[in-house]
Design a protein around this ligand. Structure first.
Ligand code: BTN
Length: 269
């Protein structure tokens, strides 16, 4: 089989070609291997790194996901990076970053031919029924205001040679069937994200987030730290809380925190 010329790794040369200048010359850290780009960038943020600083790794040994989960980050198949933001947002508005990033990821994937990317509230992007991207924003606030936010994005560009880890085999998938350059994908993401970020308090991504959402009108299982219930998804509120109708007919709003969703009513199928 003919080998593709599309690079499988982010390199300095590729980054240069893509001209990642959206955050005006903020530094770019590029590593072969790191524990977690979010952890590394948080350390830099604490030491005063500027907005727009990027931390990219070709593989992560301790990629972090929401709710203490691991994010599988094999080399040669994905794009794993963190972007430092210093937004003018209140602590409770931190979710705007994750949701804007989800829309930006969908747009970037579409530029390279991914079919109709969808968002699973609140931070996952799906293509053809499989999770292809996870987003984890970790922020630090003082006196109710965000001092910095580390936006971490992991995208499965292609299927790893040995397949996805057993623990995620049924859920995870690749965004593309054809090779796509991770640096070009990163540039497309930054391009799309910056447009939304400039005006983020005005919720420029709200309509698109809603229209890309999975499970609207469907039954889901809602899991919190100490509860599990069935509900029908109605949509999202302007603060990106999930609006659901419970089985007793009551409508309630779930905020992002520690809630996760599963398709269908488990045990009731
Ligand atoms: C999730 O699926 O719950 C979120 C996954 C976020 C993964 C990305 S990969 C780059 C950045 N560094 C991390 O340790 N996590 C994020």
């Amino acid at each position: 089989m003919k080998k593709s010329n599309t690079p499988r790794y982010v390199s300095r040369a590729e980054l240069k070609k893509e001209r990642l200048d959206v955050f005006k010359n903020a530094p770019v850290f590029l590593r072969w291997k790191t524990d977690s780009t979010n952890v590394r960038l948080k350390m830099l943020a604490e030491r005063g790194a500027t907005e727009g600083t990027l931390y990219i790794a070709r593989t992560q040994t301790k990629g972090r996901g929401r709710q203490g989960r691991k994010f599988f980050s094999p080399k040669g198949n994905g794009l794993y990076f963190s972007l430092l933001l210093r937004p003018n947002l209140r602590a409770e508005e931190g979710g705007l970053i994750t949701t804007a990033a989800a829309v930006a990821v969908c747009r970037a994937l579409s530029r390279f031919g991914a079919k109709n990317p969808k968002i699973k509230w609140v931070n996952d992007v799906f293509v053809e029924g499989k999770k292809v991207c996870g987003i984890l924003t970790e922020s630090h606030a003082e006196q109710g205001k965000i001092v910095y936010a580390v936006l971490g994005v992991g995208i499965n560009i292609s299927v790893p040679k040995k397949g996805f880890d057993k623990s995620i085999q049924t859920v995870a998938g690749a965004a593309f069937a054809m090779p796509v350059s991770p640096a070009a994908l990163l540039a497309a993401f930054l391009d799309e994200f910056c447009v939304l970020y400039q005006n983020i308090s005005a919720l420029p991504h709200y309509g698109e987030y809603r229209s890309r959402m999975l499970f609207v009108g469907e039954k889901v299982t809602v899991e919190t730290a100490n509860d599990r219930f069935y509900a029908t998804v109605l949509g999202i509120t302007p603060t990106f809380s999930l609006s659901v109708r419970m089985e007793n007919g009551e409508v309630c709003e779930l905020s992002q925190g520690e809630v996760s969703l599963r398709q269908g009513a488990i045990g009731k199928e």
